[in-house]
Ligand binder design. Structure first.
Ligand code: GDP
Ligand code: IMO
Ligand code: MG
Length: 423
């Protein structure tokens, strides 16, 4: 019996989808615990690239059950598109895709509210994915939300109408001049809801409890990254859920003492999409090379991702907050060809050298202090064994393991399932 967690340690897009897909063969159940279609999880195998937003990344395997947990927010319209896409493959997802009755629904007006709120912020905007995430979680904590289980009740459309009316008044309040045709959006929404209702809704906490009793293995899949966590991230430039380990307990109903391994995924460098502070961000050729070689464009919005050196101050913080037991380093292949690499090991913060993440990491307060390391020139993408990795990469890995006091057990050398090296 084991529940393991897998989560991102940076600002998202670390490669969680790829690793969940790689590890699914070892699990009976893959369970997404938070976030919504703001996530874009990319999987690649047999020459095909898949991007999933709400559906867990184990869906392409024959046996594993894929559960959308109570902590997730679901946009039926996007969910339907994801399923339409799966329909183009020979895949019987119906028998292995389960949805928690307690997951909240993203309404069309949540999306408009997200856009109106962002527009009202001007330059201070969060850089939200505009998927309605913030407003939906606000209704959840404000105790106004509509949940998947409500769709089984007769009066849910009445509740929908009353909430949508309230949202319209709020949208007017923003005076954002955003134009929308609610009737059209609602037609699309109600059609997608009918499709959603053909799937299996369950009391997922009970399902997971019984599964644990039966000795089934569970992998909890996180979305976003630890620095986007609503409590521990770079607030207010964060998402609206707990992306860190504790989010798996509340987002699935799994007790903390049942969690065994915590897999922390990070890129060999750092990226961020959207606004907010990023101490090691590069504005030079090195950053442009990372963006180009790493194809750093958002899987959900297509926006270019900002790139920079690895930040060990931030990474150490994420390892601590999550209790990471194993690290997995992604995209080392992207750094091939850099003659030297920089790793941030401390900050100068208000004139002092510090090695912990301070309350604010705005550029006016924080200057990164770097350790320089030798780069490697070998192409890693065809390598399959740890013994093939170049010495300089091994030195990079050993340095990180020592600083982070945690072993790096997987080194990913390309987007494909097969480009995965175990150590
Ligand atoms: P996620 O949100 O954490 O699942 O990550 P994304 O899918 O948004 O972004 C990761 C991107 O990097 C995707 O395009 C992946 O296909 C790609 N990727 C994952 N691992 C590797 C790797 O080791 N090397 C390279 N070059 N690309 C990778
Ligand atoms: P995955 O799971 C990267 C960012 C947005 C924005 C902030 C708030 O693919 O790693 P939101 O739409 O949640 O209100 O946006 O969070 N963001 C992500 N960045 N990867 C993600 O997910 C993200 N989900 C949200 O860019 O800065
Ligand atoms: Mg992503």
């Amino acid at each position: 019996m084991a529940v393991n967690l897998l989560l991102g340690l940076q600002w998202g897009d670390e490669g969680k989808g790829k690793i969940v897909d790689v590890l699914t063969k070892n699990y009976d159940i893959i369970a997404r615990f938070q976030g919504g279609p703001n996530a874009g999880h990319t999987l690649e195998f047999d020459g095909i690239k898949h991007v999933l937003h709400t559906i867990p990344s184990g869906i392409f395997h024959d046996k594993a059950i894929n559960l959308v947990g109570n902590g997730v927010v679901i946009d039926p319209v996007i969910f339907k598109k994801e399923l339409d896409n799966l329909n183009t493959f020979d895949l019987d997802y119906r028998s292995k895709l389960l949805i928690s009755r307690k997951a909240h629904l993203i309404l069309p007006t949540h999306r408009i509210l997200d856009a109106a709120s962002e527009a009202s912020k001007g330059k201070a905007k969060i850089g939200s994915t505009l998927k309605g995430i913030g407003p939906t979680y606000m209704d959840k904590t404000g105790r106004n939300g509509i949940r998947v289980g409500d769709l089984e009740l007769k009066d849910w459309k009445k509740r929908y109408r009353s909430l949508a009316n309230k949202h319209e008044a709020m949208i007017d309040f923003y005076d954002s001049k955003i134009e929308y045709n609610l009737k059209e959006l609602e037609n699309e929404f109600f059609e997608a809801v009918e499709m959603l209702k053909t799937l299996t809704f369950i009391d997922s906490e009970e399902y997971l409890y019984q599964a644990q009793k039966e000795g089934k293995t569970i992998l909890a899949e996180g979305a976003q990254g630890s620095l986007l966590d609503i409590d521990f991230g770079t607030y207010p430039f964060v998402t609206s859920s707990n992306t860190t380990a504790a989010g798996a307990c509340t987002g699935l109903g799994i007790a903390p003492n049942k969690i065994k391994e915590v897999f922390g995924i990070f890129k060999a460098y750092t990226t961020r999409v959207g606004s907010g502070p990023f101490p090691t961000e590069l504005f030079d050729n090195d950053g442009a090379t990372m963006a180009k070689v790493g194809h750093e464009f958002g899987a959900t919005t297509g926006r270019p991702r900002r790139c920079g050196w690895l930040d060990l101050v931030a990474l150490k913080y994420a390892v601590q907050v999550n209790g990471v037991t194993q690290l997995m380093m992604m995209k080392g292949d992207v750094l091939s060809g850099f003659s030297s690499l920089k790793v941030c090991t401390a900050y100068t913060y208000k004139g002092k050298t510090i090695t912990h993440l301070p309350y604010t990491i705005e550029p006016e307060n924080v200057t990164p202090i770097y350790t320089e390391m030798k780069g490697w020139s070998e192409d890693l993408t065809k390598m399959t064994k740890a013994s093939e990795l170049p010495d300089e990469l091994n030195e990079y890995i050993t340095f990180l393991e020592k600083e982070l006091e945690t072993p790096i057990t997987i080194v990913s050398v390309g987007p494909d399932r097969k480009q995965t090296i175990y150590r």
